[in-house]
Write a protein that binds this ligand. Structure first.
Ligand code: HEM
Length: 448
């Protein structure tokens, strides 16, 4: 059985960290999931918990990783694989792993451009959302339903380009048309080694999961995007150069990463799950959301981030979707020094150099923290339920935490939840209800 701390290095074919002491047998399978947030390495875990070494070993060279990959991708699947490991941590990597000046500067740059973009964020989001919904309505009236993912991604690119890059894609129709495809291809090539296509297993491990794919496959589209930012995003690029000491090229590559990987990629996974959670509900959730939105903000008053504060149910539905389906399942980081990691029932010695892997979907379904953890409970985070936000970790840190250069928490954490709440609120201003799933909207109803 593999060690959680080493799993990623083995699966990704990296060289292993220093060899640990001989492993004791795995703990009992009834051991509860670990959920205690990890505080700074210097802080002491509870002293009454037994200290353990993480169970497992690398197994045989070459064969060990292959057997793990087959278990992870095929025989067991990620959930069972991690359940068997029984090593699910809520890891808030306080300061080890991000001490590098350059990484801190890049994160500050990301947070700075978000702050800069916040002036137009809501206007751009709502304007592009309305265009998206117009398209959906027109497709429903022509075809009876709308397969909305391509429209959603065009909307996301247009809105994010204006908000993050300060560049308007409508002045370059070629970019507006090609960028979502380019970003999907670019994301796909980076993520393919970690995704199971489940078609040609076990050959998938040899043919799909063992390579770094050549940049040449996407370089044409990537260069177009690069030149678009160079030409139309000068103000943001210059901020990177002047305020953060980056070269123009580094600023542009990082802007592509933040826009393409973090924001476009993250929202492309998250929003369809959110639409599906609301559209598939049979308990009257849509009526309650509609009532809350219109009570707080009327059916036509323009929304702002401020107007969302009182919309407890809207916000709770967004949080609950992120809890049950964290868009980024795996997080990992290498320990920069020895420290101890606490779970519900044990403390584990972590050695410098070990690679730690956290699997969000299991940590977010911990029955010791969340009542009926496998169920979607729209009101979970309403009222007193807000106390649970310190256990919501989709952003690689608690929902009550703040991203900074000294942690690994998502720089866009608050923009993500506020934008999602804004989308839900706007949809219930515009519609009484809608039907569909994670790829199609089949009907929208309005009494206006
Ligand atoms: C639904 C959308 C998003 C999701 C699900 C998401 C999720 C995450 C997660 C899980 C991480 C931690 C990754 C890791 O270290 O393993 C992360 C990091 C990051 N995210 Fe997001 N994110 C989203 C949107 C955004 C947006 C809009 C921005 C815009 C600036 C952003 C910027 C970043 C940055 C810069 C980091 C790196 C933080 C660091 O390494 O310290 N993200 N995100």
């Amino acid at each position: 059985m593999a060690m959680a701390t080493m799993m990623m290095s083995r699966m990704m074919g990296m060289s292993p960290p220093p060899v640990p002491p001989p492993p004791p047998p795995p703990s009992s399978s009834s051991s509860p999931l670990a959920t205690q947030a990890l505080s700074a390495p210097s802080s002491r875990p509870p002293t009454n918990l037994p200290t353990r070494t993480i169970p497992g070993s690398y197994g045989w060279p070459l064969l060990g990783p292959i057997s793990d990959r087959l278990d992870y991708f095929w025989f067991q699947g990620p959930d069972t694989f991690f359940r068997i490991l029984l090593l699910i941590f809520h890891v808030f990597m306080e300061s080890h792993d991000t001490t590098s000046f350059d990484l801190g500067q890049l994160k500050n740059f990301a947070m700075d451009i978000l702050k800069r973009g916040s002036k137009v964020w809501v206007t751009e989001l709502l304007g592009n959302l309305d265009k998206f919904l117009d398209t959906i309505e027109s497709e429903i009236s022509t075809n009876g339903s709308s397969s909305y993912i391509p429209h959603l991604q065009s909307m996301l690119f247009n809105f994010l380009a204006k908000s993050i890059l300060g560049a308007d894609p409508t002045i370059d129709p070629d970019i507006a048309n090609s960028a979502p495809f380019t970003l999907n291809l670019w994301l796909g090539l980076q993520l393919l080694p970690t995704i199971s296509v489940r078609v040609i297993q076990p050959l998938e491990e040899i043919f799909l999961h063992s390579y770094t794919y050549p940049h040449a496959l996407v370089s044409g589209g990537y260069q177009k995007l690069y030149h678009f930012i160079e030409r139309h995003g000068q103000e943001v690029v210059q901020r990177g150069e002047i305020d953060f000491g980056l070269s123009a090229a580094d600023a542009i590559h990082n802007l592509i990463f933040v826009l393409g990987f973090n924001a476009f990629g993250g929202f492309s996974i998250f929003l369809p799950t959110l639409f599906a959670a609301i559209a598939s509900d049979k308990t009257g959730l849509q009526a309650r959301l509609r009532e809350e939105v219109r009570k707080m903000n009327g059916s036509s008053t323009r929304l702002s981030f401020d107007s969302l504060k009182e919309m407890e149910l809207v916000n709770s539905v967004v949080y609950e979707t992120l809890r049950l389906n964290p868009p980024v399942a795996l997080q990992y980081a290498r320990a920069r020094k020895d420290f101890q990691l606490a779970s519900h029932d044990s403390v584990f010695d972590i050695k410098e150099g070990e690679l730690l892997c956290g699997y969000q979907p299991l940590a977010m379904r911990d029955g010791k923290v969340f009542d009926e953890p496998e169920s979607f409970k729209p009101d979970r985070f309403v009222g007193k339920g807000k106390e649970l936000l310190s256990n919501l970790f989709w952003s690689n840190g608690p929902q009550t935490g703040s991203p900074s250069e000294s942690n690994k928490q998502c720089a866009g954490k608050d923009y993500v939840t506020l934008s999602a709440s804004l989308i839900v609120a706007h949809m219930f201003q515009r519609y009484d209800s809608f039907s569909g799933d994670s790829s199609k909207i089949t009907a929208v109803e309005t009494t206006k």
